[in-house]
Design a protein around this ligand. Structure first.
Ligand SMILES: [Zn+2]
Length: 437
């Protein structure tokens, strides 16, 4: 698989790289940052929008700081950056530092808090637009940025600079610049010809990186966790399964008409702009796919009823739970599009959760959209329970497994993570199951 060999990352090479650039990190980061850390940072930002924690300042590579400053000053909106060590304080579940800091500064802009731990930099960001301004959601821009996951994290500037650029695109639709090849993980470009390397950085801005990014994310995200783990302790009894099915069916049946009403009232507006017409068409396609999935699940229901009593296994309803969940996700997105909300990907782990407004670093180099709870679970080094489906007999034994263990070839919902990994679930559903009846 070329996609896999592309991304294989030898540990030793990576470690060597880390040792070269991480000498400046404190050996023993402060055990607990003082609780007034947000106040400290906000106060420091009054004179310099780039805050570096006192414990890290000495010997911090100036070139990294210079790159961040240059990107921030050309953004066209205020950018606040804090670089701090990861401590028990900054790791707290409920701590949303960008939001706390934005509340203290009180100004629209991009707020970035980046932390270092074990040689890796990761961060959270919040983009606050001036009142009344709308635009694409930052997370959507990030998810569409196909090589984003391949940016090195062993130093802070590459990801921070990219985040500032992504925020610019979210802010006013400006095109994303190319990612310098030196910011991409070496494995990605190793073995490619020079012209391919040049093209590689061009993929991002030109929007034709879909294939590489898509195949990469799919194979990694879906295969990575497909180890024959014992099935999670999920719902086992038919009653619980029925309850879960009924619950997601209720969700789908609530959101499909809700999206339909929002779409009809949106269509009644006069003088829709070209952009609004695009929103309408996108919402129409998602809602049609949602109805297709819902109708398919109804057909399965009837088959269940006819066969009831004889095939208890069928009651587990894996196709049903996938279809109903997909219908719910697509209807909710259709609603978001025509009700003035940002289009949000679902939580990758369990699409019945609130939308995936956070990003979860599932492995060193994979980030997926997740709800806040699941993102926090991942932050603690655990894998969220996930949407549970009946395992295929033989592969994992009997029982329930997270849906991402299923074969992506068998369902567009699995293949796209319900649209969390690639935003083309509606098209795939229409292709696989046909149009709405
Ligand atoms: Zn979740």
């Amino acid at each position: 698989m070329s996609a896999l060999s592309l991304v294989k990352r030898p540990r030793s090479r990576r470690l060597a790289l880390l040792l070269a650039v991480l000498a400046f990190l404190p050996l023993t980061p402060a055990q607990a940052a003082p609780p007034e850390l947000p106040d400290q940072i906000a106060a420091a930002w009054r004179t310099d929008h780039l805050y570096v924690d006192a414990a890290m300042r000495q010997g911090f590579p100036q070139a990294e700081l210079a790159r961040i400053r240059a990107a921030a000053s050309s953004a066209g909106f205020p950018v606040y950056v804090a670089l701090i060590p990861r401590t028990p304080y900054t790791r707290q579940d409920q701590l949303d530092l960008p939001t706390l800091l934005q509340a203290r500064v009180g100004e629209p802009g991009l707020y970035l808090v980046w932390t270092a731990s074990d040689g890796y930099w990761s961060g959270t960001e919040k983009l606050v637009r001036p009142g009344g301004l709308r635009g694409r959601s930052l997370i959507r821009v990030q998810l569409d940025d196909k090589l984003d996951n391949k940016i090195v994290t062993d130093r802070p500037a590459p990801k921070i600079v990219r985040t500032i650029q992504q925020a610019g695109t979210a802010y006013d639709g400006r095109p994303l610049p190319e990612i310098p090849v030196s910011d991409l993980t070496p494995e990605l470009i190793r073995g490619r010809s020079t012209s391919e390397k040049e093209e590689l950085s061009g993929y991002v801005g030109m929007g034709i990186g879909g294939l590489i990014g898509f195949v990469f994310v799919l194979t990694r995200v879906l295969r990575r966790r497909r180890r024959p783990a014992r099935p999670a302790a999920g719902p086992k009894s038919p009653a619980t399964v029925d309850h879960r099915l009924a619950s997601v069916r209720t969700q789908a049946d609530r959101w499909i008409p809700k999206a339909g009403r929002a779409l009809r009232s949106f269509e009644k507006r006069r003088n829709l702009t070209a952009e609004q017409l695009d929103l309408r068409d996108d919402a129409t396609a998602r809602l049609a796919a949602a109805r297709t999935l819902r109708a398919g699940a109804s057909a399965d229901d009837r088959a269940d009823d006819q066969a009831s009593g004889s095939t208890g296994d069928r009651k587990a309803g894996t196709p049903d739970i996938l279809a109903l969940t997909g219908a719910f996700v697509l209807a909710r997105q259709a609603f978001q599009l025509v009700s003035g909300n940002d289009l949000q990907p679902p939580c990758f782990f369990d699409p019945t959760h609130p939308s995936g407004t956070h990003r979860a670093a599932w492995s060193d180099d994979i980030e997926v959209p997740a709800c806040k709870t699941c993102a926090q679970t991942v932050e603690r080094g655990k894998t969220p329970h996930g949407l549970q489906v009946k395992a295929k007999t033989g592969l994992f034994g009997s029982g329930f497994v997270p849906y991402w263990n299923l074969d992506p070839d068998e369902s567009p919902m699995v293949a796209t993570g319900f649209g969390a990994l690639s935003d083309d679930l509606a098209e795939r559903v229409t292709r696989v199951y046909g149009g709405v009846r």
